[in-house]
Design a protein around this ligand. Structure first.
Ligand SMILES: [Zn+2]
Length: 122
């Protein structure tokens, strides 16, 4: 069994953690005013149009994150903890090694694909 490159995954996790923390901060700072109010003001200024488009996109992302980011943050911290105690990359359900391709896509995965599917079926 090949050892997992935990330094690599620690890097991925810390990166993701930074993004999630920033997103959470945004959510908490950014709840003043509705999108339509701001868009109404900004159409008066041509140079702001590009900003408005970006903002719309960011907000859609925020709505997704709003439901998930605190959960994801907890998962990331738990994964970092598992790197520290040497259990990272092992399925918490069946104890098999989680394939690195899966960890690459979802560094905080706690379940192998089989167990994940099993869980989603319920
Ligand atoms: Zn499993």
């Amino acid at each position: 069994m090949s050892a997992i490159d935990t330094d690599h995954f620690r890097g991925l996790l810390l990166d993701a953690r930074k993004r999630v923390v920033a997103a959470l901060q945004n959510l908490h700072d950014d709840h003043a005013g509705s999108l339509s109010d701001e868009a109404g003001e900004e159409t008066a200024y041509d140079n702001h149009l590009a900003d408005t488009a970006t903002e719309t996109y960011d907000r859609e992302l925020d709505y997704t994150l709003e439901e998930n980011s605190e959960h994801v943050l907890a998962e990331i911290d738990a994964a970092l903890q598992r790197i520290e105690n040497g259990t990272y990359g092992t399925c918490t359900n069946c104890g098999k090694q989680i394939p690195e391709e899966r960890l690459e896509a979802l560094p905080w995965a706690t379940l192998c694909i089989d167990c994940q599917r099993e869980r989603e079926r319920r």
